[in-house]
Design a protein around this ligand. Structure first.
Ligand code: NDP
Length: 448
């Protein structure tokens, strides 16, 4: 079976040259399919893996806009509509200078499986632009979003493709994108976007969902060892949407979170992160992580090397910033320092070497992103349900739905891992559970 999988991977790599992140995401899934392909060789009959790795549609477009000084800029926009076997394409938009087709494809590919794991009727897609929102004024952000949507609007809709936020795209950007969509289409089609503001069709808990869901998943992992979050030390990277709400929920469940970071460095706060101060610095002032250290007091350390975040002794490590931020050396440091759970809040934050080391380490439970951070998209699907029924649910009810979904994702992953190998192999369980769900639907829908 290994040689069949190697040949499939090689073929995907050759069709998609110079897209290392996409290759990495494909290899991570295909490498765990051996046990299911051995039990169900019929999956090889339909050439289903080639089809799964070829996006249904890839849209690349020009985004011209003018800055406050009147200078024209040209960015490149993307939307990869990867797989609609389970429902409309669903996945966020990322605005970051590093965005390119390979990154959008890696994110879109991951999204197919993540969405399948939630058990909700959503397909997979992703998009974005190589636009850097940092340092841009509000009018510049609006100008960019309006230009981006002037092309994207023709491809999206409640029943076709439903974007949301990701790095660099929060409620402010979704507002400008939605406003332009509404203006061009002359429709208040709330279900065409998720992550909307609360008074124009958004859902309570969507802002918190990915971070909270990450903690619920880590709590379930700890539960399999008979442990809880109470009194545990937690290391978190990032200081954006996922990280901030992971910190909030971890603290609410009694853990002490001792680190946070951004792209300019990290902080170690032995007394536990002061979340109000961190939110003030990062969310309101849009400042740098060093400002947190400067204002918090002398016991807090600032380190310019971002990976130092993984060098402190910790029980639980949650990479919540970006792809490939935790490498083999950091994984070794975590294992040597006695980490028990590593759960990926960000998408593909562990390098292949780090993931392999953590997966193989005894006494460490490694949760892959497509399961751990699926609470964000699951709550987006709850937002779509509320929009479709013209209803809005209260915080407690919506959070209870999120919690139920995370518990069931955890159970589904472990049950599948048990069936095909080791119950503690969350990578195996997540990949096989999602793969079988998606390809069964693809086969049922014929050669399309
Ligand atoms: P944000 O833009 O809100 O925050 C990203 C954070 O990561 C910022 O603190 C940013 O720092 C930091 N960061 C970016 N690049 C690096 C880097 N190279 N090294 C260290 N830190 C870095 O994004 P989100 O929190 O929304 O997303 C974080 C991750 O979670 C991404 O992988 C995203 O795809 C994933 N995710 C997000 C979901 C959501 O609902 N938001 C859902 C599922 C997954 P700086 O401010 O300096 O840029």
């Amino acid at each position: 079976m290994d040689s069949t999988i190697d040949a499939l991977k090689q073929d995907v790599f050759e069709r998609n040259l110079n897209e290392p992140e996409y290759h990495q995401a494909v290899a991570e899934v295909l490498d765990s399919l051996g046990p299911v392909l051995e039990q169900h060789p019929e999956y090889l009959d339909h050439d289903i893996i080639h089809r799964l790795c070829e996006p249904e549609r890839q849209i690349i477009f020009r985004v011209p806009w003018r800055d406050d000084r009147g200078q024209v800029h040209i960015n490149r926009g993307y939307r990869v509509e990867f797989n609609s076997a389970l429902g409309p394409y669903k996945g966020g938009l990322r605005f970051h200078p590093s965005v390119n087709l390979g990154i959008v494809k890696f994110l879109g590919f991951e999204q197919i499986f993540k969405n399948a794991l939630t058990g909700l009727p959503i397909g997979g897609g992703k998009g974005g632009a190589n636009f850097d929102p940092r340092g841009r004024s509000d009018t510049e952000i609006m100008a960019f979003c309006q230009s981006f949507m002037t092309e994207l609007y023709r491809h999206i809709g409640e029943y076709t493709d439903v974007p949301a936020g990701d790095i660099g795209v929060g409620t402010r950007e979704i507002g400008y994108l939605f406003g332009q969509y509404k203006r061009i289409t002359n429709r208040f089609e709330a279900g065409a976007f998720t992550g909307k503001g609360l008074n124009w069709g958004g859902s309570l808990v969507r802002t918190e969902a990915t971070g909270y869901g990450t903690i619920y998943f880590a709590r379930e992992q700890l539960g399999t060892m008979g442990e809880t979050l109470d009194g545990k030390r937690v290391s978190i990277s990032g200081a954006g949407n996922v990280a901030l709400y992971a910190i909030e929920k971890a603290q609410a469940l009694g853990a002490r979170v001792v680190t946070a970071s951004d792209s300019s460095g990290c902080v170690y706060d032995p007394d536990g992160i002061d979340l109000e101060l961190l939110k003030q610095v990062k969310e309101i002032e849009r400042g740098r992580i060093r400002d947190y250290a400067d204002r918090r007091g002398p016991r807090v350390e600032f380190h310019a090397r971002i990976t130092d975040v993984w060098d402190v002794p910790t029980d639980i490590a949650l990479p919540c910033a970006t792809q490939n931020e935790l490498d083999g050396q950091s994984a070794r440091a975590l294992i040597n320092n006695g980490v028990k759970v590593v759960a990926e809040g960000a998408n593909m934050p562990c390098t292949p070497e780090a993931a392999q080391l953590l997966r193989a380490a005894k006494h460490v439970l490694f949760g892959p992103a497509k399961a751990v951070n699926s609470g964000g998209v699951a709550t987006s699907a709850l937002e779509m349900q509320q929009n479709a029924s013209r209803d809005s649910w209260d915080f407690a009810y919506t959070e209870s739905r999120l919690e139920e979904i995370m518990v069931s994702v955890h159970e589904r992953v472990r049950a599948t891992a048990s069936r095909y190998g080791d119950p503690n192999d969350y990578v195996l369980g997540a990949n096989i559970a999602a793969f079988t769900k998606v390809v069964d639907a693809m086969i049922a829908q014929g050669l399309v």
